[in-house]
Design a protein around this ligand. Structure first.
Ligand code: NZQ
Ligand code: ZN
Length: 385
């Protein structure tokens, strides 16, 4: 395997009733800003648990963060942060709320002219307000990683800094019981694609990372569809396994010391930026096409994936790869997400627009070998039609 440095500073509290731990995690002298989205936390009891746990703290709130968080909304929080001398942020919600909170943490203490430069120009930040997270939608891994994705005028941009790791994250599977089928599906598919984008590249004999990844994939394959079944709708073990899988899929562990792809995510971000398609749905559309177009470069790992994750036994390697790709798309279909551009009403005439955005954002050498040029991305989009 390749050299790596691994450090994940986020303390995880997993399980039912763990939201109360925030009272110990956040110093009582802190002035806390609780940040949330469109109000799901008000209807499922999470807000009340936060209120109860923070009864001895000085706290304020900022809400209205939308899915695929918008810069223009998020930046408004800086007023209350200044006014109330906020020195601790608590994100309560899904990836969008946590990502927005990371951006707020960085933007509030940014000493440059325009905080958008943190994303647009990838300006390094030198400080950030400390933050914690209460996760209500297992999907992105944002609760224990250092990345954030923000949107402005159809441009979906990423920034990362060790300074915005949440100091703690609460993972209570019970908070996920109010998720719609659509959001459960999205979460499982997002976590699945995070795993394969770090696993399905080329072999570097990273045995532990491979086995961890295969374990996460098999858990998502087994429990993802169960979470959509009526008989398992309220099953906390199923929810818990999905939740922990999603966190481990993108907290740095399985990506340490291995090549990484991320082609699907980068093309997917353009689809969300341009057409407002849910993040995970863009991934399910693009990923099977990436496997088809890049099957040569991914040959050895595709065979390992087919054999170990899907238990395929076909002695003909090319046929086994075909089956592995088909199984992947079938799994996404089982999770009720689209697997082609036509299913979201996009066609060949949209491809140039998507490629232009990729070019504009410098996404011209993607993939584990940096050889996914715009021409290869075109082939991928054509294969996704
Ligand atoms: O806003 P509220 O009312 O809370 O409703 C949300 C939102 O409408 C709802 N929801 C969340 N928890 C719920 C709930 N509804 C009922 N019960 C609950 N317990 O779900 C909707 C979607 O939420 P969102 O946070 O947008 O979903 P997700 O967690 O999938 O996050 C997606 C965002 O994360 C980014 C994506 O690009 C996208 O912007 N990503 C962040 C990454 C990272 N930081 O590492 C990596 C990912 O690849 C991804 O790019
Ligand atoms: Zn993702």
């Amino acid at each position: 395997m390749m050299n790596f440095t691994f450090h994940n500073p986020t303390r995880i509290h997993f399980g039912e009733g763990q939201i109360s731990k925030i009272s110990q995690e956040i110093p009582e002298t802190s002035r806390v800003l609780v940040i949330y989205g469109g109000g799901s936390i008000k209807t499922n009891g999470v807000y009340d648990q936060v209120k109860e746990a923070l009864s001895n703290h000085s706290w304020f709130e900022f809400s209205g963060i939308e899915p695929n968080p918008k810069y223009d909304t998020t930046i408004k929080s800086l007023e209350i942060i200044k006014e109330q001398k906020i020195d601790y942020l608590l994100a309560v919600g899904g990836g969008s709320v946590i990502d927005a909170t990371k951006f707020i943490a960085a933007a509030a203490l940014y000493d440059g002219d325009d905080p958008w430069d943190i994303l647009k120009k990838q300006e390094k930040i030198s400080q950030a307000i400390p933050m914690g997270a209460i996760l209500t939608l297992p999907a992105t891994g944002s609760e224990s990683n250092s990345g954030s994705v923000m949107t402005r005028d159809g441009n979906k941009l990423f920034f990362g800094s060790p300074l915005v790791y949440p100091l703690f994250a609460i993972l209570d599977p019970a908070t996920t019981l109010t998720l719609s089928d659509r959001q459960i599906s999205n979460g499982v598919v997002d976590a699945f694609v995070h795993t394969v984008e770090q696993y399905l590249t080329y072999p570097v004999n990273a045995k532990v990372q491979d086995r961890f990844s295969e374990g996460i994939l098999q858990t998502l394959i087994a429990d993802g569809p169960l979470a959509l079944e009526d008989n398992f709708k309220n099953n906390l073990e199923v929810r818990g396994n999905i939740m922990w899988s999603a966190t481990l899929a993108l907290n740095g562990l399985i990506g340490a010391g291995v090549p990484q792809d991320w082609t699907t995510h980068m093309i997917g971000h353009e689809l969300t930026g341009l057409y407002n398609i849910d993040h995970a749905r863009t991934l399910a559309i693009v990923y099977p096409a990436v496997l088809k177009v890049c099957r040569q470069a991914k040959h050895d790992k595709l065979i390992q994936y087919g054999k170990r994750v899907w238990n395929l036994t076909n002695p003909d390697e090319e046929q086994l790869i075909d089956e592995a790709i088909a199984k992947t798309a079938e799994f996404f279909q089982k999770m009720q997400v689209p697997t082609s551009l036509s299913e979201v009403n996009l066609g060949a005439s949209d491809i140039d627009k998507i490629l232009n955005k990729l070019e504009q954002h410098g996404m011209v050498a993607l993939g584990e070998n940096s050889d996914t040029t715009l021409e290869v991305s075109r082939q991928i989009l054509e294969a996704a039609l």
